[in-house]
Write a protein that binds this ligand. Structure first.
Ligand code: FE2
Length: 205
């Protein structure tokens, strides 16, 4: 599927209660409908006002824009990417072989990677995102980015993300972002992340 104007909220393969008890149904529904819904609405208005943008894919707009256009397009991109790398909570949720091998070579162990992502995501000041990224040699790293920023802009390949904006967790966890990130590990869809690592993702286009 190519992400292009006119934009809409992505189809979800699960219900709003799918992430209970890690993320409440109310938080997920509000996050998807109200927060991402507002980005979609704003992005469609931008594309109506600037028809040349209708010819570009979402990824092309993200990589080539600044200011309000970047913020709205990247926030839509980031949320589509987020929902796609989540699934209902699983016990013993673990990466698939290719990504696991790279995680071990880049971080030493899965436990080190997990600690790194939780620490970097917890320490990021203000709103933003925490990511597992790959460089062009498939070396992996963890970064946190402020606001709407997307590591694709810097030439990296995003493999997974978690949302650090308060709208993602504040009603369920108040100020306990670290606990939200720890719990969110059981929601990661490692099959999808493996697929992104080996085959890419339509959002990269
Ligand atoms: Fe969000």
């Amino acid at each position: 599927m190519i992400y292009k104007y006119p934009y809409s909220l992505p189809k979800l393969p699960y219900g709003f209660d799918a992430f209970e008890p890690i993320t409440s149904e109310w938080t997920f529904k509000t996050h998807y409908r109200k927060n991402q819904g507002a980005y979609v609405k704003a992005l469609n208005k931008i594309c109506r006002d600037q028809p040349q943008l209708q010819e570009l894919t979402l990824g092309e707009i993200v990589r080539s824009s600044v200011g309000h256009i970047f913020d709205m397009s990247a926030q839509h991109w980031n949320h589509c990417f987020l929902w796609d790398n989540l699934n209902p909570p699983k016990e013993n949720n673990y990466p698939h072989p290719s990504v696991l091998k790279r995680i071990r070579s880049s971080f030493g162990s899965f436990a080190n990677f997990r600690t790194s992502l939780i620490e970097i995501g917890t320490k990021e000041f203000g709103s933003g995102w925490v990511w597992l990224i790959a460089d062009s040699n498939h070396n992996l790293g963890v970064v946190a980015t402020p606001n709407a920023y997307n590591p694709m802009v810097g030439g990296f390949i995003p493999l997974l993300t978690l949302d650090l904006w308060e709208h993602a967790y504040h009603c369920d966890y108040q100020n306990r972002r670290k606990e939200y990130l720890e719990n969110s590990f059981s929601l990661l869809n490692w099959e999808k992340i493996e697929d992104r690592f080996t085959h890419g993702d339509p959002l990269f286009l």
